[in-house]
Design a protein around this ligand. Structure first.
Ligand SMILES: Cc1ncc(COP(=O)(O)O)c(C=O)c1O
Length: 396
């Protein structure tokens, strides 16, 4: 009996491998500082939890419309108008089981055998896997020499007659870089002359620092708006990762196709979580400001640490909650005779000798880097950085 060939193309998540090793150590009573978190360490705000309880009490426990409840889709349209100056009608929205599901739906709707999808590296490790799951070919474009952002020149060079889509992720996981309006508009100028789709993953839109403003490439022009599938969700902004609510906005033909496919796969996203997300999107609570302020303080702690360590460097993260550290200067060094020859090896040894779990960035298209999340407490960050410093000092 044979499995489908596509299953063999999908890479195992290195992030999960390190996380499960760290978890095992924790279970054994070892005090490990985990810098791997991909979710805010804040509780979901009480007013959202209250809304979910209300949904249960009111009996919102049945199937909803496949693409989301009308009231949630309206709240999403209002959000796009308010925050991004984008006008969508409710029939241009599909609510799914997390932004990851929305991304998969988007790929399924547009990518087929032989299609190429341009992915600027470093990238969130799921993107190339989703492309492969749809029998497409990821085309990785390195951006390390361009401030970790795709440039119009590099984009033009990567486009072939097989290019079906390009992925833009701003603010970015793992680099934290945020594209300026001018940078996005320059990419839009190139893409406007083509029939290439743009998948714009804006899940970290609200986790952004230094008063920087987030722009969506869909804002550029009516043609680019039509080419773009905007991805967003409740996970990061409202600390609702477990609730699994993501959504996309796109041209009506794309939405119709996705709605149709979703109706045969998962049907609607959880009815209670949808109800609660309406409360989240319509809130005037200052939960988000407080969370972002806390993240900002932690971000600065890690940047100051990197700057204080000779040989380490990082891109300046202006959004999301990750710092990606270049550790190539420690390649070739060793601890206990064990040589660091890759970021994966570095992460393994950091876990073993310093009891810190970091994410090696091989699967993020950045093999000279490790990613540290600061969605963990200030005390843990302090403790973890102290251990990292000792680890670095002990290298031979
Ligand atoms: C860049 C990016 N996009 C999408 C997602 C998926 O978010 P969700 O929890 O809504 O599926 C993540 C989660 O880590 C992410 O980092």
């Amino acid at each position: 009996m044979a499995l489908a060939k596509r299953t063999s193309k999908i890479s195992k998540s290195l992030t999960l491998a390190i996380t499960s090793k760290a978890n095992k150590m924790k279970e054994e009573g070892i005090d490990v500082v985990g810098f791997g978190a991909g979710e805010p360490d804040f509780n979901t705000p009480a007013f959202i939890i209250d809304a979910a309880k209300e949904a249960l009490d009111k009996g919102y426990t049945k199937y909803t419309a496949n693409s989301g409840t009308p009231v949630l889709k309206k709240a999403i349209c209002d959000k796009f108008f308010r925050d991004n100056e984008l006008t969508y009608a409710p029939n241009q929205i599909v609510v799914s089981n997390g932004a990851k599901h929305s991304l998969y739906n988007a790929m399924l709707a547009i990518v087929e055998q032989g299609d190429e999808v341009i992915i600027p590296a470093p990238f969130w490790l799921t993107y190339p896997e989703l492309v492969k799951m749809c029998d497409g070919t990821p085309v990785i474009v390195d951006t390390k020499d361009d401030g970790f952002k795709l440039t119009p020149d590099k984009l033009e060079q990567a486009i072939t007659d097989k290019t079906k889509a390009v992925i833009i992720n701003s603010p970015s996981n793992p680099t934290g870089v945020v594209y300026t309006k001018e940078e996005l508009w320059a990419l839009a100028e190139v893409l406007e002359k083509t029939e290439i789709y743009i998948i714009s993953d804006e899940i970290y839109e609200k986790i952004i620092y230094n008063g920087i403003k987030h722009y969506s490439i869909a804002q550029y022009s009516p043609k680019i708006y039509k080419q773009t599938i905007v991805i967003n969700g409740a996970s990061k902004t409202y600390s609702m990762t477990g609730w699994r609510i993501g959504y996309l906005a796109a041209d009506i033909d794309i939405v119709r196709a996705i709605d149709n496919m979703q109706s045969h796969c998962t049907s609607n996203a959880n009815s209670i979580a949808q109800y609660a997300t309406v409360a989240a999107l319509n809130t005037k609570s200052n939960f988000l400001d407080e969370m972002v302020k806390t993240f900002d303080g932690r971000r600065k702690m890690i940047i100051d640490f990197v700057n204080s360590c000779e040989g380490l460097s990082c891109p300046n993260p202006q959004g999301a909650f990750y710092v990606m550290i270049n550790i190539s200067n420690i390649f070739g060094k060793s601890i206990d005779g064990k040589v660091i020859d890759s970021s994966l090896k570095a992460a393994e040894l950091m876990l073993e000798y310093a009891r810190i779990a970091v994410v090696p960035c091989e699967s993020f298209g950045a093999p000279e880097y490790v990613r540290l999340s600061y969605a963990i407490s200030n005390q843990d960050i302090e403790k973890g950085l102290k251990r990292l410093k000792e680890f670095l000092n002990n290298l031979k």
